[in-house]
Write a protein that binds this ligand. Structure first.
Ligand SMILES: [Zn+2]
Length: 130
């Protein structure tokens, strides 16, 4: 398994992409500031990217489901059901996908910057504040 595959696999399992540690979330919608095992900062610099991942993921899932329903039921798709299903999915899928999008973005960050030291990020953030 390559390092990049390992990063994204760990993220999809809701583990720290860097070390594979668990316990990254206080609850489904609240991620801790850093990994309790390796100290990788999880809070800074990844919010916008994670939101983009989340919205894109929700739209892709919704599009696939809607198109599949329309294709399978053609020529009489259940438009009445679809008009309520689409907005409901746009509300619920981002909530389900939220922790995955956060960790996938952390994995993407680590994949793009493979030589960055996780501890340096945490300590660097502390040093800048003092
Ligand atoms: Zn970790």
């Amino acid at each position: 398994m390559t390092r990049r595959t390992q990063l994204f696999t760990r993220a999809l399992l809701l583990r720290c992409p860097h070390c594979g540690g668990r316990g990254l979330f206080r609850h489904w919608l609240a991620m801790k500031e850093s990994c309790p095992v390796c100290g990788l900062s999880l809070a800074t610099g990844n919010r916008v990217g994670a939101y983009i991942f989340n919205i894109a993921g929700a739209e892709i899932v919704m599009t696939i489901v809607i198109v599949a329903i329309v294709v399978r039921t053609w020529p009489a798709p259940p438009w009445n059901v679809l008009q309520y299903l689409a907005p409901t999915m746009m509300l619920l899928v981002p909530l389900v996908f939220y922790p995955f999008s956060k960790l996938l973005w952390v994995a993407m960050d680590l994949a793009m910057h493979p030589n960055a030291e996780p501890d340096a990020r945490v300590h660097g953030a502390v040093r800048r504040e003092t």
